[in-house]
Design a protein. Structure first.
Lengths: 378, 210
């Protein structure tokens, strides 16, 4: 009898304990969020003109201490991000973050024409990590077309992690409670106002003297001076001369809205070419210093004519993704195999020498460019 | 008599209640621990993060496999060992180009003697880059239809090299997939379509002792 009561007592205690456990919120899983975070963009309304780089700030607001933020910004064809200029276009808030871990562009994602995935990390001590409302980084996007649209931060492609105050927990992630967006309205080209004047000569690698399909090649430029940048989607028409079998273009460009006159560098990019940096007079090879050594004036008559023709733009980036690789080769090769040609003045992707045909010479130019670029990188 | 009857009924009832409550507790735990399971091919980890977080990435299923081949993953400091990176495909392909980048630790290994499958011809560019810790080879095939690779049959040696360990420890060789700017991305491109062939690869872990 006594034993029976004892058993009943034990079971009753177990029942009470089980009832208590059911009522508890059991968060024992790995990967649970230890806090939430709101991500936002500032300003919430962007303005600018075609060719300008517009800055956008990424902000976080959380009670947690944050050491890593990854997010995706998406937009339509009025904006673009040049991943080859990441060091100029992306800057972290050095008070709380230390590294730009990722800046990768993709197209036709999440219903937008282009997206850029960005990630920032911090190796600061826990006491110095971002908490509360803090700016993570500033990103500059280039205005490509006029009009209005929305810059969206995609919550489902965002991840934030930080230092969990509960030292015994493995949960480092924060839930994304909201992800901001900004509207934009851009006007047409702002290339009519005052600015410094760039006067320079340049060349395209392998362009034939008798080329008849390079007349419409659009040269793009970014001017950099003392940390200020401005993009110009079209340098405009230049004059040409033939020197020692090389076609040399000469341009005079008023850099409207760009008033820096010293420590200037120019980034040039052709329609099937890599973007290359020019920072010194008579530059004959890769310029790998920060900033530049060019000096400009506000007057075309007094601006120095800089000669960059000894270091022609490397060709072969036919899909304009910023690198020369097998995808470009395959495109050029396919056109070469069928001896594809176009009318005078028309564009042919694989026509690197401007003769309106895709030939083995274009394949060789591709390989020459690749060897030069790979030699610089590795 | 009544007391014993009560006990005879109460014990099994309470026991049953305990069992039911236990099941409810366990179910609650399971429901709250359900998180989406991502297969390794579907996630992207931003490099350098102290607490790496993953971003689900839409990827095509791999159609080729790159595998490191080495006789012995246990190596002795100062001795040379041949290693190769081989490739097989899961369906038939005609391939136009191979951009191969293998990441390694240049403080741990001396790498030399880059070789390639004779079917690939001479690379347009190849280099052991100790500056960047990358073995680089860019191979572009001029034959009109590229290189035919038969599924689950042909084994192509993309790159062979000799490694000489310089210090002890555990180190990796891995196929590099890019630096976020599109540079140094290993890829194979299909003839005719210019499409990149998705592939899978795993790092080679090497244990070096004195």
């Amino acid at each position: 009898m006594k034993r029976s009561w004892l058993i009943l007592l034990v079971l009753t205690i177990a029942l009470v304990a089980a009832t208590y456990l059911v009522g508890l919120n059991q968060e024992t899983r790995r990967g649970a969020y230890f806090a939430g975070v709101n991500l936002s963009l500032l300003p919430t309304s962007l303005t600018g003109a075609v060719g300008q780089d517009v800055p956008v700030q990424i902000w976080l607001n959380s009670v947690g201490k944050i050491d890593f933020v990854q997010t995706r910004l998406c937009y339509d064809n009025k904006l673009s991000f040049d991943a080859t200029r990441t060091s100029d276009l992306v800057s972290v808030n050095g008070d709380y973050f230390t590294n730009v871990e990722l800046a990768a562009v993709s197209h036709d994602q999440n219903g937008y024409a282009e997206c850029v995935d960005l990630a920032f990390s911090s190796n600061k001590a826990v006491t110095n990590l971002a908490t509360g409302a803090k700016r993570v980084a500033t990103v500059k996007l280039t205005v490509r077309n006029s009009g209005s649209g929305t810059l969206a931060m995609i919550a489902s492609k965002s991840q934030v992690s930080g230092s969990n105050p509960n030292a015994s927990s493995n949960d480092m992630s924060l839930s994304i409670d909201s992800a901001g967006q900004a509207s934009y309205n851009f006007s047409g080209s702002n290339d009519s106002g005052p600015g410094s004047v760039a006067h320079f000569k340049m060349a395209y690698l392998g362009l034939l003297p008798n080329a008849r399909c390079a007349n419409n090649w659009n040269l793009q430029m970014v001017a950099l001076g003392n940390g200020v940048t401005k993009a110009f989607s079209a340098v405009g028409a230049g004059s040409t001369q033939i020197s020692n079998g090389k076609v040399i273009f000469e341009f005079t460009k008023v850099l409207s809205g760009f008033t820096q006159t010293n420590n200037v560098a120019l980034f040039l990019r052709g329609p099937k070419h890599l973007q290359m940096k020019y920072g010194a007079q008579n530059q004959g090879g890769m310029y790998n210093k920060a900033g530049g050594e060019l000096t400009l004036t506000g007057n075309a008559n007094t601006s120095t004519t800089y000669d960059f023709s000894a270091y022609p733009l490397l060709t072969g980036d036919v899909n304009q993704d910023g690198v020369i690789n097998g995808v470009d080769f395959s495109t050029i090769k396919a056109e070469t195999l069928i001896h594809k040609q176009v009318a005078v003045g028309a564009n042919l992707d694989g026509d690197l020498d401007g003769d309106c045909m895709a030939t083995n010479n274009d394949v060789q130019l591709f390989k020459t460019s690749l060897q030069e670029k790979q030699g610089q990188l590795y | 008599m009544q007391k014993s009857t009560v006990i005879k009924i109460a014990i099994p009832v309470v026991a049953a209640l305990v069992i039911i409550e236990s099941v409810v507790v366990l179910n609650n735990l399971t429901a709250k621990t359900k998180v989406p399971v991502q297969s390794p091919e579907e996630v992207e980890v931003a490099s350098g993060a102290k607490n790496p977080v993953v971003t689900p990435k839409v990827t095509e299923a791999p159609q080729a496999d790159m595998v490191f081949e080495v006789q012995n993953k246990s190596m002795k400091q100062g001795q040379g060992y041949p290693v190769s990176l081989n490739m097989t495909t899961r369906k038939n392909y005609q391939i136009d180009s191979f951009d191969v980048y293998v990441k390694y630790d240049p403080t741990a290994f001396e790498v030399s003697n880059l070789t390639f499958d004779p079917k690939l011809g001479k690379p347009t560019f190849s280099k052991v880059s100790s500056n960047t810790g990358l073995l680089v080879a860019n191979i572009y095939l001029s034959s009109p239809k590229g290189l035919a690779v038969n599924a689950n049959q042909d084994v192509l040696k993309l790159m062979g090299f000799t490694v000489t360990p310089k210090k002890t420890g555990v180190f990796n060789f891995e196929v590099n997939t890019g630096n976020g700017r599109g540079e140094s991305a290993t890829m194979m491109v299909e003839n005719g379509t210019a499409k990149v062939i998705p592939f899978s690869s795993n790092p080679l872990e090497v244990n070096v002792s004195k």
